[in-house]
Design a protein around this ligand. Structure first.
Ligand code: HEC
Length: 106
């Protein structure tokens, strides 16, 4: 069954990872997650995003692909209703920037 998920794909079309650290402060990701390279991102509400590029599943639910990561970032409550990560009104472009950054974490 793990073969279905396959190796994560790391390219995110249109994503600029340089924008992500500032977005992570604005949206409060840093308060909930430990994120390497992002100032003050030492939160422990959600899982550490350390080595996220090598993770097989997103939230234990979705195979880790750029398309699924963008879906997750934009609407985590649709994918796992009731989980502690809120829908934050993230745009498609912002999700691409965040995803591009997360895929640098290996
Ligand atoms: C209020 C706390 C909170 C905030 C704010 C938050 N998250 Fe989360 N996040 C969580 C929790 C809790 C989970 C685990 C959800 C689950 O597994 O069902 C999670 C899961 C994730 C995952 C999947 C991790 C994995 O290994 O499966 C990613 C990626 C992620 N968050 C990124 C972000 C980003 C980027 C932001 C900001 C835009 C953000 N989160 C904001 C709490 C939060």
């Amino acid at each position: 069954m793990f073969a279905e998920a396959g190796a994560p794909t790391w390219r995110v079309p249109g994503g600029n990872p340089a924008n992500a650290p500032a977005l992570m402060q604005v949206f409060g990701c840093a308060a909930c997650h430990t994120v390497p390279g992002v100032q003050h991102a030492v939160g422990n509400v959600g899982p550490p995003l350390t080595r996220f590029a090598d993770r097989t599943y997103i939230a234990g639910m979705l195979p880790n692909t750029p398309e699924n990561l963008i879906r997750w970032l934009r609407a985590p409550q649709t994918i796992v209703p009731g989980n502690a990560m809120p829908d934050m009104g993230i745009s498609d472009v912002q999700a691409r920037d965040l995803a591009a950054y997360l895929y640098t974490l290996r």
